[in-house]
Design a protein around this ligand. Sequence first.
Ligand code: KG4
Ligand code: ZN
Length: 338
Amino acid sequence: MLILGIETSCDETAAAVVTDTKEIRSNVVLSQVADHLPYGGVVPEIAARAHMDHIEAVISKALQDAGVTLPELDAIAVTGGPGLIGGVIVGVMTGKAIASVQNKPFIAVNHLEGHALTVRLTHDVTFPFLLLLVSGGHCQFLSVQGVGQYKKLGGTVDDALGEAFDKTAKMLGLDYPGGPAVEALARGGNERAYTFPVPMKGREGCDFSFSGLKTAVRQRIQELGKLNEQQKADICASFQFTVGESVCDRSRHAMDMFCTQYPEAKTFVLAGGVAANQYVRGRLEKTCAEFGMTLVAPPVKLCTDNAAMIAWAGLERFRLGMIDSLDFEPRARWPLFA
Ligand code: KG4
Ligand code: ZN
């Protein structure tokens, strides 16, 4: 079985071909970072225009790399939302056009489900599992019972974790996207140099909050005045340490909640762009071990936005007969849970 995946919900134009034997035949990701860099973040209009300009070439390359022609595909899976609506429309219209002309099934994939199911492409992970989904726009604990079956255990009351990394980077004058820049600088910093309050620590449930941490970092930067490179690294390390404290504390609560319901389940999945962060992974691995759970995260390349995750989630849906009509409307908002 061969599925073409298309992803255009943010600032990557991506296409991939994935098989039911878990082979990623191709995975083309065209990053628009250079287009948005001068603005310090993604500009929706520029993103939509860039998707229009590049989508055809990206799909052609994905098919070519995979050695596959359109008639050989079994289905077309496209990110149907949530995301920047201009980009989502470009992907959905392109996917529908291919599906219509080639007379193939069309599958609208929730971008978050793409992140959520990627581990089943790269690892042998069975349902149910506990999922911490942390990206630029989302930050939530979900109990995943099956394809399309998600229950929210907790989430952020303000900023997403990726957003907190991006804002910290911006305050330090680091380039967008901020997550990788903060992680890299933190390696040379002292995580105990500055003390920031750990958000929500000990609070019942497993919600997150990152706006207080952002304010604390901003105040500290203002107090210090002009920063030298070591101070910047120390702020990154101290910020990341505080994030680690919060993520581990919240995850303990989430594991308590999840394990009460599913005592036999032993898998904790970390997904979304922030799952690329090695420090957060390391901290969580230890915390999972306290509960006899195993942390599973996709390889770094499949944590940030890509189309292999969309093709795979589409394949999982296709196998279950979950096909969409060509009337599907692109969605800016689309929660995973009912
Ligand atoms: O999943 P993703 O590629 O796009 C969304 O769906 O949002 O996630 C992007 C987010 C950005 O906020 C980015 O700064 C963050 O993931 N990110 C990281 C790392 N790599 C990407 N955050 C921390 N450490 C990283 N290494
Ligand atoms: Zn994403």
